[in-house]
Design a protein around this ligand. Structure first.
Ligand SMILES: [Zn+2]
Length: 436
């Protein structure tokens, strides 16, 4: 395929060849962990696991998973190199609110750069592109750094705009003419509005590619979500998504076909597992569990992300045979089981976004009886002709369960959802016993 370059050629190989290469990488990864990782050495000794238990990705379910709680409890035990070999410190949020520290080596930064170079090549970017990074490059975040390093490797020109100042970003778009913008979708929308307020049509700025991070721009059928469609409509360019997290140190990104995040087999092994950690077949929704390959500072094994998605293994129309990860459907911890049907809060938010006349909302989950949760949706309406029953019917048509719907004044919704000290409104309140 033209323009693909050697970096991601492997993804066009037959699945068996990709699997063989990944199995080989996994064996090296496990040998490294057994030699260097205090955490995994201890854990395997406790479990009586012999070296060589795992010969390939298919054997991974024989090993225990690693949770965020493990990282919190035994942070220091994950480091595999002396601190003199670490060059960057990343912070990520822990489950208790305390930040987790992940130390990276020079080699790890090169791996991140290669990962993002592959991402950008999949999207057809090259040295002639000017890429506006409207993401945080500071505060010990990994993402902005990884994109920057990837652009350097690609030979494109990075515009390090940051995410803090809309006027500054608007000025960069106007004067420096980026061809690509990377940002969270809500910032892409706000930036388009800002330009429009200044009398500039975002569609005439020369931006042809928009990469949405942090929130999915696709729905579960892989078509653009209402949010993704809005970004596309405002900017007129092509909208793509990418999914990544600090712990997994790997990004899954759309190709130009926009059919889910491709996984480069050299960078990570991915399993989709059920609540007990048992692998699920392709096409079934479960928790994304990632073994990032080739990390040397704080390498992990079967890291449970807490995110729910589906893995697609059929060939992509771009010609790549690498698996693709669908959009994140929600968090494992926020999954609702309502009379046998699984519902994730983001799916409800997406439907509410499509409702003309609704101008604010929040969800509350309660225990109903032993095996069922109860969902209450509170909606503020701009248009009084939109009744609770109509909202409930609309939601039921797509969710296949009918939630309780309450209409409330906009001020009450704002009072509940906008909380001091929180960057984003809180739209989901979980009052179920086991989750608090
Ligand atoms: Zn593709």
């Amino acid at each position: 395929m033209s323009g693909a370059g050697a970096a991601d050629q492997l993804e066009f190989d037959p699945p068996e060849a990709q699997q063989a290469m990944q199995d080989d990488r996994l064996r090296s990864h496990l040998a490294y962990l057994l030699e260097r990782s205090p955490f995994y050495r201890r854990r395997w000794a406790e479990l009586g696991l012999a070296p060589g238990t795992v010969q390939g990705v298919a054997d991974l379910p024989l090993l225990p998973t690693t949770s965020k709680a493990d990282l919190e409890r035994a942070a220091g035990e994950f480091l595999c190199v002396p601190e003199t070999e670490t060059v960057d410190l990343c912070l990520t949020s822990g489950t208790t609110g305390e930040p987790l520290v992940l130390l990276q080596t020079r080699h790890d930064l090169e791996r991140l750069a290669r990962n993002e170079e592959i991402t950008f090549r999949r999207l057809g970017l090259g040295p002639a592109d000017r890429v506006l990074l409207a993401v945080a490059l500071d505060r010990c975040f990994m993402a902005g750094l990884a994109y920057f390093l990837g652009l350097v490797r690609l030979g494109a020109t990075a515009l390090r705009g940051g995410s803090g100042s809309l006027p500054h970003l608007a000025e960069l778009v106007r004067r420096q003419r980026p061809t690509v913008i990377i940002a969270v979708p809500s910032l892409l929308l706000a930036l388009a509005e800002r330009l429009q307020a200044d009398g500039i049509d975002p569609r005439q700025t020369g931006v042809r590619t928009l990469v949405g991070i942090g929130e999915p721009v696709r729905a579960s059928d892989l078509r653009l979500s209402p949010l993704g469609a809005r970004v596309q409509e405002r900017w007129g360019g092509a909208v793509f998504g990418t999914y990544a997290s600090t712990e997994m140190a790997t990004a899954f990104s759309d190709c130009t076909a926009g059919a889910g995040g491709h996984l480069h087999p050299e960078l990570a092994a991915v399993e989709i597992v059920d609540a007990a950690g048992k692998p699920l077949p392709p096409g079934e929704a479960g928790e994304v569990t990632v073994t990032p390959l080739g990390v040397t500072g704080m390498p992990l094994l079967r890291f449970r992300t807490g995110d729910i998605a589906v893995l697609h293994t059929e060939p992509c129309i771009c010609g790549r045979r690498s698996p693709r990860l669908g959009p994140i459907l929600g968090r494992q911890a926020q999954m609702l089981k309502i009379r046998g049907t699984t519902v994730f809060p983001p799916a409800v938010f997406a439907l509410l976004q499509e409702l003309d006349g609704a101008c604010g909302w929040f969800l509350e989950a309660f225990d109903d009886y032993a095996l069922s949760d109860r969902l209450r949706v509170t909606v503020a309406v701009r248009d009084r002709s939109l009744t609770a029953e109509m909202v409930a019917e609309r939601l039921a048509a797509r969710l296949r369960v009918k939630p309780e719907v309450v209409i409330a004044p906009a001020a009450a919704v704002t009072a509940k959802t906008v909380q001091e000290g929180k960057r984003k409104p809180v739209l989901f309140f979980d009052y179920r016993q086991a989750r608090t």
